[in-house]
Design a protein around this ligand. Structure first.
Ligand code: UDP
Length: 312
């Protein structure tokens, strides 16, 4: 049974990964300092083949025994989180990645970095291909996340080239699904609870900025295929279905049968105007493409938000 460490394993994506890896019969060690993660995300996984370690990955990591795979997912990941935790965001991208890579080298483990479409910044090339270097403002409020992930990619490639560590880099585009945190400031976990409560949807700016939203199960499948591949250069994983934020708000209102109206709040600084993955590389080398339509994914996500509201 492969033994796999997931940092940030109690977060939205980390916990989905832990769940998937358990289904694939990995022994999973989940590490999280619970700064933005939530222990309730992994409670159902407790038992044989799963363990949780509360630890800040920016501090030295000691783990006994062999480790086959390390997936480094620890980081604040919503604009609101990294505005509130700017230094931690930089530290986990830099020092945390360093510690996780050091462990991978020591254990001769395959390492996968959760990178992001944010490395492309406010892109001047559309859609974004992996060979685009991006348009990032290093000193803007989003710079803490964007630059941390860019540094993390550079460090990962350095460990690959200099130390021969088997590394993978996934550039994750906007992903949604069950276990997103209400109030984390992102569009979908803001819009769904607002719609369910028939409260106004807070669209930032005129809402004509675009994003391309991928359902979490599709993302996780793509990540697993990348982990098992021999691709060391970054790969975009996302759903190319591009829509405006206004359209997303309207679709959520429609799917929830809500009477909510849309209101406009100020657009955050450096909010990217467009974002859409070019997934030719993932299609070609991983045989991967998304299976869930945005609407199917939203229905499942809405159902989950309804269930947690009913249980609280
Ligand atoms: N957004 C919005 N209302 C909200 C939260 C976000 O209009 O309550 C906008 C945000 O300005 C951005 C888009 O939705 O243009 C996607 O934001 P999100 O935080 O989900 O992801 P990111 O900006 O990281 O792509």
């Amino acid at each position: 049974m492969p033994r796999t460490l997931v940092t940030g394993g109690a977060g939205f994506l980390g916990s989905s990964l832990c769940e998937d890896l358990r289904k694939r019969d990995h022994e999973v060690i989940c590490m999280d300092n619970l700064s933005t993660g939530d222990i309730r995300n992994i409670e159902h996984l407790q038992g044989e083949g799963f363990s949780f370690i509360k630890h800040d990955v920016t501090e030295y990591i000691f783990l006994a025994g062999s480790i086959d795979y390390i997936l480094h997912f620890a980081s604040p990941a919503s604009p609101l989180d990294y505005l509130q935790l700017p230094i931690q965001t930089l530290k986990v991208g830099a020092l945390g990645t360093h510690k996780a890579l050091g462990l991978a080298k020591e254990k001769k483990a395959t390492f996968l970095l959760a990178s992001t479409s944010e490395v492309y910044g406010d892109p001047l090339i559309h859609p974004q291909r992996e060979d685009y270097w991006g348009n990032v403002n290093p000193i803007g409020p989003r710079g803490v996340y964007e630059e941390a992930k860019r540094f993390a990619e550079a460090l990962t490639m350095a460990y690959h080239r200099y130390h021969g560590v088997d590394t993978k880099i996934v550039r994750i585009f906007n992903t949604f699904g069950p276990r997103m945190r209400i109030g984390d400031g992102r569009a979908i976990p803001a819009f769904i609870p607002q719609s369910l409560a028939n409260e106004p949807l807070t669209v930032f700016g005129d809402g004509n900025q675009t994003r391309s939203f991928c359902y979490v199960d599709d993302l996780i499948e793509g990540i697993y295929r990348l982990l098992m591949s021999d691709q060391n250069d970054p790969v975009n994983i996302g759903n190319p279905h591009e829509m405006t934020i206004l359209e997303m708000g309207q679709l959520i209102i429609q799917l929830t049968g809500s009477s909510s109206k849309i209101i406009h709040d100020p657009l955050p600084v450096d909010d990217p105007k467009v974002r859409q993955p070019d997934i030719s590389l993932a299609k070609g080398i991983l045989g991967w493409e998304p299976k869930f339509s945005v609407e199917e994914g939203l229905k499942l996500t809405i159902k989950w938000f309804e269930s947690i509201q009913n249980s609280s």
